[in-house]
Design a protein around this ligand. Structure first.
Ligand SMILES: [Zn+2]
Length: 274
């Protein structure tokens, strides 16, 4: 394998005339080893603020660990705070990551506040290569978008070539169950899972898929944790332009595999773990 400027320039079987003609500054003997491309982890959250704390890995520690495991690109999530712009959120994450990462990185954009200004900003971000936008049907008051906001964002993505990523859980109903569990004194970690009913994930997943169909927009469902939710995927014959999904407890690296509608789409920088 001949590498030039970090890219594979040519392949040839060892011992062939073509391979013997190559010269290189640095030769690595991979006899007895696998040679594979670098992994792309399409869903990471470094230094992610949530629930009054932050995820443990910084862009520096997380990308060093990734490099040791063979992951050469991450796509992390920049966060728009409620009342703030997408631009400001993206710039803040670039500032966090700049000069710290051991590998390549890109960003998806978490949209916490869908409004007229945000929708216009989505177009600008797509033009500069940030083409995927994550919305939440959970966490009212933090990341939550209602169905109208979701539909508007999906329509915008349908027009500008973006991709909507969805955390699909009925957060309004979950918050009722949380309140009732707290009133009963159920505060152990297990109750976190128990109030997040599989049926409420299935319901939201189904709703997200139908909204995406109405908007004729591609959809990538993230953080999938329940079999009940996955049963909502439309059969392949009908999902030409709608949904794909990624399981929640995953550290593997695969870029979004959403089937896209035939219209042309902006090139995606997205590559992204939960
Ligand atoms: Zn995530």
């Amino acid at each position: 394998m001949l590498i030039e400027h970090g890219r594979i320039a040519a392949l040839a079987a060892s011992g062939t005339t073509a391979a013997s003609a190559w010269t290189a500054e640095h030769v690595i003997d991979a006899t007895g080893k696998y040679v594979i491309p670098g992994g792309v982890d399409a869903h990471t959250h470094m230094e992610f603020p949530f629930g009054g704390t932050f995820s443990a890995d910084t862009f520096e520690t997380g990308t060093r660990a990734a490099a040791w495991g063979g992951t050469t690109t991450i796509v992390d999530f920049a966060v728009q705070g409620v009342g703030h712009s997408l631009r400001g959120g993206l710039d803040a994450y670039h500032a966090k990551a700049d000069g710290k990462c051991a590998i390549d990185y890109a960003f998806h954009m978490i949209v916490s506040d869908v409004n007229e200004r945000t929708l216009k900003e989505m177009d600008l971000l797509v033009e500069e290569g940030v083409t995927s936008f994550k919305l939440f049907m959970a966490y009212p008051g933090v990341f939550y978008s209602d169905d109208g906001q979701i539909l508007r964002a999906m329509q915008r993505a349908s027009d500008n070539g973006g991709l909507i990523m969805m955390h699909a859980e009925n957060g309004i109903a979950i918050d009722v169950l949380v309140e009732q569990a707290l009133a009963r004194g159920e505060t152990d970690p297990r109750y976190h899972g128990e109030v997040r009913k599989a049926l409420l994930e299935a319901e939201a997943t189904h709703r997200a898929i139908q909204l995406a169909r109405v908007a004729d927009a591609p959809l990538y469902v993230v953080h999938v944790s329940a079999a009940e939710a996955s049963r909502n995927w439309p059969p392949p014959a009908t999902r030409a332009c709608t949904s794909s999904a990624r399981p929640a407890p995953s550290t593997c690296s695969c870029p979004p595999t959403t089937s896209r509608s035939p219209r042309s789409r902006a090139p995606s920088t997205c590559a992204v773990r939960r």
